[in-house]
Design a protein around this ligand. Structure first.
Ligand code: CO8
Length: 259
């Protein structure tokens, strides 16, 4: 595989870290970047040495949206025939290990949508979220109109999508879009701490937890509860469940083998 140009990829213990790295364009998301991101995510997902993934950007921008320069002259036929957006934006949804978005600066349009496709968002105090597409004569196209109301409720989602205004980190935490807000200089420490914690647990249980929580957004309550129950039952077939409970009873740290 070729070396990516618009992202940086590194590991820290069992954590894979992907940094969007197109600084002059505030990490505007173009096809090349999304393809590189998809490939890096898939590689970490397939790597037994990785238990959790962090996706981050720069201090100034997580991502300021889809690349407006690339989109400006597209016709309906271009985007429809090429299946623009879904084509290379669906990869992230297929990743089974947890992905934490560590967001500082702007997360706008497709950047906000990308953060929302991650499993949870930890924000720096300078983070700004928004769906400003309406100002460009379009609407969100990578799930924003669906995930934002699920995260913050209808009223605030409508407000953001219809006025195009930005929401700061405090408002985003109050509304439930982000799980934690920390000072900018603590962002990566906080995200890494969470990721290392997750990566230390049973990989099987972690994947089951992610899958079950995601079900809460996709079907009826009855289906979701049944799905959760079956996964819960299934985890009693793992070595990690035996080890985790034995360790608790023996008052020692568990040694998970991800089996
Ligand atoms: N696309 C392309 N270039 C961008 C983008 C973008 N989304 N955002 C910023 N840039 C570029 C600027 O053009 C500028 O380039 P240059 O230096 O060559 O002039 C550079 O980044 C720095 O930007 P600014 O000078 O504007 O920096 P400011 O600090 O003054 O402002 C803002 C920062 C407020 C973030 C401002 O840049 C801005 O409003 N950006 C556009 C935000 C926006 O409208 N985002 C939504 C885009 S539409 C979208 O995401 C649809 C998603 C659909 C799904 C995904 C499909 C792929």
């Amino acid at each position: 595989s070729t070396t990516p140009e618009l992202i940086l990829v590194r590991t820290e213990g069992r954590v894979g870290i992907i940094t969007l790295n197109r600084p002059k364009q505030l990490n505007a998301l173009n096809d090349q970047l999304m393809n590189e991101l998809g490939a890096a995510l898939k590689a970490f997902d397939a790597d037994d040495g990785i238990g959790c993934i962090i996706l981050t950007g720069s201090e100034k921008a997580f991502a300021a949206g889809a690349d407006i320069g690339a989109m400006a002259t597209y016709t309906f036929a271009d985007v429809y025939k090429g299946d623009y957006i879904t084509r290379n934006w669906e990869t992230i949804r297929s990743i089974r290990k947890p992905i934490i978005a560590a967001v500082s600066g702007f997360a706008l349009g497709g950047g906000c949508e990308l953060a929302m496709m991650c499993d949870f968002i930890i924000a720096a105090d300078n983070a700004k979220f928004g769906q400003p597409e309406i100002k460009l004569g379009i609407i969100p196209g990578a799930g924003g109109t669906q995930r934002l109301p699920r995260a913050v409720g209808k009223s605030k989602a409508m407000d953001l999508a219809l006025t195009g205004r930005m929401m700061d980190a405090t408002e985003a935490e109050r509304a439930g879009l982000v799980s934690r807000v920390v000072p900018l200089d603590k962002l990566m420490d906080e995200a890494l701490g969470a990721a290392l914690t997750i990566a230390g647990f049973s990989q099987v249980a972690v994947m089951a937890a992610k899958e079950a929580v995601n079900k809460a957004f996709e079907g009826t309550l009855a289906d979701g509860v049944m799905f959760e129950r079956r996964l819960f039952h299934a985890l009693f077939a793992t070595a990690d469940q035996k080890e985790g409970m034995a360790a608790f009873l023996e008052k020692r740290a568990p040694n998970f083998t991800h089996q």
